[in-house]
Each structure stands twice: as C-alpha cells, then as structure tokens.
Design a binder for this molecule. Structure first.
Ligand code: BTN
Length: 326
C-alpha cells in the first residue's frame, strides 16, 4: 500500500520530494518510504535521488506484462483473467471469440499492437506498438436499456485510471473520448451481444485504446491526437494503467444500475463538451447549437441556434475547436 502511495505522490509531484515530506504526507515512517522506493526501483521505476532536494521519478517500466498486471491485481476477483498478446487483429474481436467459448466475466485481453483495431462507426483505430489496447468482458444480468450509460461510465473509469497511472487528468469529450486540450488521447468502443429470442444481454465487450507514446500518425490525424509521454514527459507504466482500468471497470459493474448517477455526475464535471458550441451531423444534415448537459442515460442535451432543444444519443457531435472543427 505504501508503495502505491509513494508512487502516486511521485507521479503527481512537479518538483523533487524529500523522504521526510512523503513520510509526513502519508503518515508513515521514513524507513517505510525508503523501502517503498527500493521496491519501486526493483520493479523498473527510475527514481533519482538528489542530495537535499529529494526524489524525482524520471522513468517507469513501460510495456504491459501479464505477470506484473497479475501481481498488481493480486487478490482482486478478476486477477487471473488477464492475457497479454504480442499481436492480435482486435482485442474486442479476441474477447468476442473467448465469450463465445464461455469465458467468464472479467476476462481481459491486452495487446501490444493490433492489426485491425476498430473504432466507432466502422472506422479503424490505428494501433501501433507503444499504446495500450485492452478489452474486457462483462456479463451483466441487466436489460439492454439499463446499459445505456455504460460507455459514459467507462470514460469516467478510463479518466481515473489514466490519472492514477500517469498523474495526468484528461477531459472527456462526449460521449467517450478522453482528450487533453483539443487532442484525442483515448478512444472507447463498447459492443453488446443480445440474445435474439429473450432480448436479454448475453455479454458486453468494453474496448479501450490509449495513446501512450509518440507515434507517426497520418498527417490528417497527427494534429488531432496526443499521447501520455508527450503530455507528462515520461513513459507511463502500461501494466499499472491496465490494472487500474480493470479495477475501475469492476467498480463500474458493481455500481450498475443504482450507482450510475454518481458516475454520471463525475462525467458531467469532467465533460469538455458541455457549454460548448457543437454541431450534430446526421447524414447530410448538420445542425448547430450548444451542449447544455446530459440526461440520466448520458445522452447529450443540445439547444439549437433556432431555440429548439433535442437530446442526442446517437449521431456525430463535433465540438467547436476540437479535432479540426472550427
Ligand atoms: C474510437 O475512438 O472510435 C474507439 C476506439 C476504440 C479502440 C479500442 S483499442 C482496444 C479495442 N480493440 C479494438 O479493436 N478497439 C478497441
């Protein structure tokens, strides 16, 4: 526990932190802080110690590793369900194959790269080595309509995980991108399988892709994306990020359906789309307005320039000033 707390202090510190400062903040002995720093170094964190100035975290172990994720999740109900693959077509596809073979809830696939990563609306999601591509299987015993806010809640879980693992708190672009300033850091693709006869939920796949290090994106994308290393100045421990995502998704699952309002409040507080000029695109039709808020299912309330209002749960919403929309 102390180790995680020391790591969290170091991740958030803008300046070197002394052992004494950390022991006071955490209410533990200096020896406990020193031991935690030793364990973190053994795990691959580079922590520089400058005389009289204190400790500074300069590098983290980076690539996701199955053993390390299991270790970080030790004792968690889903700790034995994680697989790390060098490469796959899409971790969402991989989870669907495992779900069809009867895999349990909490099954998680992380890939170092994807050859056919998928985004929303049939788009592809570029997935070179250096990012985190992860999908998780849920089997909620709930009606499909109760799962409407799931994607928005996933954005909250992802935002928290990014902050815990990197020290950077991104914003949420409705409904499910994480952004830093005007640039996209993370995309989420939620897929639902429903039994045709009973209309009951068979399973849900939650797929999350996070840009972790600088990548050569095609020119049309390059100015609209960012990554954790560029933003924080150091590599993020992708095993820690994966573990935090998984524990966040577990909490999300436990929160459904009663606890969703608290999650949606956090969503609203961090949603950069709210209060902004937006355009809603449906086929050939484009309407301009303002994003006023979200409803109980995380649908976006838009007030159009002609005074009319609409709640948008599908269709493409662009925020002025983001991703090239001016
Ligand atoms: C989007 O931005 O449109 C959603 C992107 C979702 C990408 C993730 S990466 C892990 C998982 N596997 C996929 O093929 N897609 C999701």
């Amino acid at each position: 526990m102390t180790k995680e707390q020391v790591l969290s202090l170091l991740l958030q510190a803008k300046q070197p932190l002394s052992g004494e400062q950390m022991s006071r903040t955490l209410g533990v002995s200096r020896a406990a802080v020193w031991k935690a720093i030793g364990s973190l170094r053994l795990e691959g964190y580079t922590i520089e110690a400058a005389t009289r100035r204190g400790y500074r975290l300069t590098a983290c172990p980076s690539a996701p590793d199955a053993l390390r994720i299991a270790q970080l999740l030790s004792g968690h109900p889903w700790c034995t369900h994680v697989r790390v693959l060098e490469q796959t077509d899409s971790t969402n596809n991989e989870i669907k194959r495992l779900a069809a073979a009867g895999a349990p809830e909490g099954t998680c696939v992380v890939a170092l790269r994807q050859t056919a990563g998928r985004g929303r609306r049939g788009r592809s999601f570029l997935s070179p080595e250096g990012g985190l591509y992860m999908s998780v299987l849920l089997r909620p015993a709930l009606r499909p309509e109760v799962l409407m806010p799931l994607t928005a809640m996933t954005a909250v879980a992802a935002m928290r995980a990014v902050e815990q693992a990197s020290g950077l708190r991104p914003g949420i672009k409705w409904t499910n991108d994480l952004v830093v300033g005007r640039r996209k850091l993370c995309g989420i693709l939620t897929e639902l399988s429903i039994e045709a006869e009973s209309q009951a939920v068979d399973y849900v796949v939650i797929g999350i892709g996070i840009n972790c290090s600088p990548t050569q994106f095609p020119p049309e994308l390059a100015e609209h994306v960012t990554d954790l290393q560029t933003q924080t100045g150091r590599a993020t421990d992708r095993s820690l990020l994966a573990a935090k995502l998984l524990t966040g998704l577990y909490e999300l699952e436990q929160a459904l359906p009663e606890g969703k309002d608290a999650w949606l409040r956090v969503f609203s507080e961090n949603c950069v789309t709210l209060g902004q000029a937006v355009s809603v695109v449906r086929g050939d039709q484009v309407r301009h307005g303002h994003a006023d808020g979200i409803d109980e299912n995380a649908a976006l309330r838009v007030r159009y320039d002609d005074g009319s209002c609409e709640t948008v749960s599908s269709g493409e919403v662009s925020v002025r000033g983001m991703y090239g929309y001016v």
